[in-house]
Design a protein. Structure first.
Length: 319
């Protein structure tokens, strides 16, 4: 069984961090975002992975090869321009079309899909999608589900749900892909086929609480705090090299005391840190409260609700 991780985006809403660090390498609880997707696939015994890349691809490939070559067969698809979800799978058709079906997941989400439930929901459908009830006041395109079948995008019958970003797709999808380089799978494939009655789509409602769209610094902070709390409760295993210390997650090489925070490799605290995420190789000589500190920053003074990077002024975190 094969799985594909979409990891080609620019991560524009996480700038200035993503000017120099690709979004898939942003650490979430001391593990890169892309590695959470890999670990989810490995837990489901998916051992052949395809990863598409575009923005700053070298650090992603280097990390994944070093970390996972012994556990999975890795394929990388380098896109000179971002091709969209549909264009991305069309480009690696030769890797995917010979299996009956394959998994696909958005690399900018952190989720723990019920892969087995998606497989069961495929049946005669073209694809099975993971769906969720949306957070209050969140903006999304509704996907309507009735009796386990998707009835429409934007309009339809049944429950209005949010697409969670993971699919299980039958390989006959390659018969339906347009002869284009760049396109989205939902608007150019799923929607037209569903409207024409040519194909059907299944859906699985998954209310797993640990699902996050890491789109903005605020969402990143919220996701980090929720996953930290799950680790403190013993419901989620910390990544190798890190451990729970009181109510914080601390890398073994980090030094200093913190409260409800996450400390990366070789980070040293001399000041007070609360409700914050401090990445690798940082020195904190001031006070942090609800802050995100990127790699290699020396922080002085008092900071609250800020994203602090090495090469740009602090950015205010707004709700």
């Amino acid at each position: 069984m094969k799985g594909m991780i979409l990891a080609a985006g620019f991560g524009t809403r996480l700038r200035p961090v993503t000017y120099t660090l690709p979004k898939p390498m942003v650490p979430l609880c001391n593990r890169p975002l892309v590695a959470w997707a890999v670990e989810s696939f490995l837990a489901a015994d998916v051992r052949e992975l395809v990863i598409n890349l575009h923005h700053l691809p070298e650090p992603i490939e280097r990390y994944l090869r070093a970390q996972y070559t012994a556990q999975a067969e890795l394929h990388f698809s380098f896109e000179e321009q971002i091709l969209g979800t549909g264009g991305a799978i069309r480009r690696v058709r030769s890797l995917l079309e010979h299996d009956e079906a394959f998994f696909l997941v958005n690399g900018d989400t952190v989720q723990f899909p019920r892969w087995s439930a998606l497989r069961e929901a495929l049946g005669d459908n073209l694809a099975a999608l993971t769906l969720r009830h949306p957070p209050t006041h969140d903006r999304f395109t509704p996907v309507y589900l009735d009796g386990g079948q998707v009835t429409g995008f934007g309009s339809g019958r049944g429950d209005a749900l949010m697409f969670a970003g993971s699919h299980f797709i039958h390989s006959r999808i390659f018969r339906h892909l347009p002869e284009e380089e760049e396109f989205g799978i939902v608007d150019r494939v799923y929607q037209p086929l569903l409207a024409a009655g040519t194909e059907t789509l299944g859906g699985v409602i998954d209310e797993e609480p640990l699902w996050f769209d890491i789109g903005t610094p605020q969402r990143y902070l919220s996701a980090s705090q929720a996953m930290l709390e799950a680790m403190v409760r013993g419901e989620l295993t910390p990544p190798d090299g890190s451990h729970v210390e009181g109510d914080s997650l601390v890398h073994h090489s980090a030094r200093g005391a913190s409260s409800r925070s996450i400390l990366g490799e070789r980070t040293v605290l001399h000041g007070e840190v609360r409700d914050s995420i401090v990445w690798d190789d940082c020195t904190i000589d001031g006070t942090l409260d609800r802050c995100i500190v990127a790699h290699g920053v020396h922080v002085e003074g008092n900071h609250r609700d800020e994203l602090i990077t090495r090469d740009a002024p602090p950015v205010a975190l707004r709700a």
